[in-house]
Design a protein around this ligand. Structure first.
Ligand SMILES: [Zn+2]
Length: 316
């Protein structure tokens, strides 16, 4: 790429761009066709191309840039503001990049690609308990891989790209893997991400035990709403047993019917279905706070807040 030569006989004069001309901008970028008056700091944040460009000693200041053939640019001043001239293909690339930064809804928009990826991933990871239960134990491949092989790479990518709306579901999926599997796959995530994951996994262990613990404290005083088939209400003498298993169980296994079958001492059918409903209700309440257990800097308090943000992203 050549430095733009002096153009004494250049007939074509670039015109100010209709939209990308901010009166308070502090740099003018010139391509063959257009002039863009924009903000250096905003461009530098969005693009390493611009960041590197503005770090060159003479760029963004009046004057030429000697010997910068590879950069495809030259620097001078336009109405008192530093001007960078971008020539040939480089100019066209930069024009596209500028539109992506300042015009979020154009076809050049990286944001559209990002939204599609977010949508696709979010559909594969649950945000409601109903979706979670439907996907639980579902082993068909995702993105051409085993589902359990996708959680960590996607978590690493979501953390890097700061896609906070995907984090709770991805953290949850990773946290439900066997601890040996977590260690095996942990090399793909940062130490801080691993800390949040393990911390959240421990918090969830408490939450899972709490689902039944709360009920066991009220058990003897509970009334199965007249559904008990025995003269002396079953729940007066009932108790939960072996609930320490819940610490390493997935939420998908702690559902009312299974808890009553495997962890409640024998009761009649009426009391059994009453208790199953109570367990499911507790479980639903615990699900609602799930995002708050993965305490990253982007933590959400609940799914409602997360879903509102996801909606806003997809509609932006
Ligand atoms: Zn009963």
């Amino acid at each position: 790429m050549d430095v733009d030569p002096p153009r004494e006989e250049t007939p074509k004069v670039p015109k100010r761009h209709d939209f990308l001309w901010f009166p308070d901008g502090n740099v003018v970028l010139a391509t063959d066709a257009s002039l863009f008056k924009v903000h250096k700091s905003l461009l530098a944040v969005h693009s390493s191309v611009f960041r590197d460009m503005f770090e060159l000693p003479n760029v963004g200041h009046a004057g030429v840039v000697p010997g910068r053939d590879d950069a495809g640019l030259a620097s001078e001043a336009y109405e008192g503001v530093p001007m960078v001239t971008l020539v040939g293909d480089k100019g066209e690339d930069v024009a596209h990049l500028l539109r992506a930064v300042f015009e979020p809804n154009t076809k050049y928009d990286f944001n559209t690609v990002r939204k599609n990826v977010i949508l696709h991933i979010s559909r594969n990871y649950p945000k409601t308990l109903r979706e979670y239960d439907a996907l639980y134990g579902y082993n068909s491949p995702m993105f051409g891989k085993r589902r359990t092989e996708c959680h960590f790479p996607l978590l690493a990518a979501a953390v890097t790209a700061e896609v906070d709306v995907l984090l709770p579901s991805l953290f949850l999926a990773c946290s439900e893997l066997d601890i040996n599997e977590i260690i095996r796959q942990s090399q793909s995530i940062t130490l801080e991400t691993l800390r949040i994951l393990i911390d959240g996994r421990e918090r969830l262990a408490y939450v899972k035990v709490e689902i039944v613990d709360t009920l066991s404290q009220q058990l003897r005083t509970m009334d199965a709403n007249g559904e008990c088939q025995n003269e002396v209400p079953c729940l007066q003498d009932a108790c939960f047993i072996d609930i320490q298993d819940f610490v390493i169980s997935s939420l998908g296994d702690i559902v009312g019917e299974q808890v009553v079958r495997y962890y409640l001492s024998p009761v009649c059918k009426g009391c059994g279905s009453f208790m199953a409903r109570m367990v499911d209700e507790e479980r639903k309440g615990k699900w609602d706070d799930m995002p708050s257990h993965f305490d990253s800097e982007f933590a959400f308090t609940d799914w409602k807040e997360l879903k509102a943000k996801l909606k806003a992203i997809l509609e932006s």
